[in-house]
Write a protein that binds this ligand. Sequence first.
Ligand SMILES: NC(=O)c1ccc[n+]([C@@H]2O[C@H](COP(=O)([O-])OP(=O)(O)OC[C@H]3O[C@@H](n4cnc5c(N)ncnc54)[C@H](OP(=O)(O)O)[C@@H]3O)[C@@H](O)[C@H]2O)c1
Length: 198
Amino acid sequence: MTTNTDSRVTIHMAASLDGFIARKDGRVDWMETSDEFANGDILDPEFIEAFRKTIACYYMGSRTHETALSFEAKGLGWAYGDKPIFVLTRRELARIRETVEFYSGDLAEFVNGRLRPKFRSIWFVGGGMLSAECLRLGLADEVRYSILPILIGDGIQFFEKLDRDVALHLAEVKAYKSGTVGLRYEVRGHRDEPGNVS
Ligand SMILES: NC(=O)c1ccc[n+]([C@@H]2O[C@H](COP(=O)([O-])OP(=O)(O)OC[C@H]3O[C@@H](n4cnc5c(N)ncnc54)[C@H](OP(=O)(O)O)[C@@H]3O)[C@@H](O)[C@H]2O)c1
């Protein structure tokens, strides 16, 4: 399959130090932590806003979409602005927002055939089930992993049921005042090399 090599697919999620993105029942209450790392960076809201503008579209699993909707219903806002959002589901779901589109079908065809030709900076924002599938299929260029200063013992893994090794290159490490550590990895050897899926 021919893909737009200018495009970039980033997997981004936050997790506990023991690698969970949510409790088994989906709760993310543990994400409100109270740590303080004296020498850490402070995230400037203007920088975050400018950075978000560089993201062209998001895609996610239907359960992550449900969490985003529940956050909005609680008055916590909509994290994705007016950017296009693609939600993977095999169910017939009611469309609540104009920017949201549902997709059911082959994941590699969707990312390589539909998203890459049209969008440059593509962000996959959860959850664990689909993030493993993206890596298994060689669809992601980059993994951004924010480690929160907490252990929760059990839950939904960042990479649920990943059944093969994925070699990474550590590209960036940042420690924040909140005690969160941001790791950015490039996925090695997934495109333009023999035996790759894309
Ligand atoms: N800590 C973080 O940064 C973070 C980020 C995102 C999410 N989360 C949390 O993670 C949890 C959700 O993660 P999750 O792993 O349970 O679920 P998920 O990956 O968000 O969604 C799984 C659903 O996606 C659909 N799906 C998966 N593969 C598909 C395919 N190939 N084609 C079409 N549809 C497909 C199915 O939906 P249907 O059942 O509708 O068919 C499946 O049930 C939530 O609790 C959320 O709060 C945390």
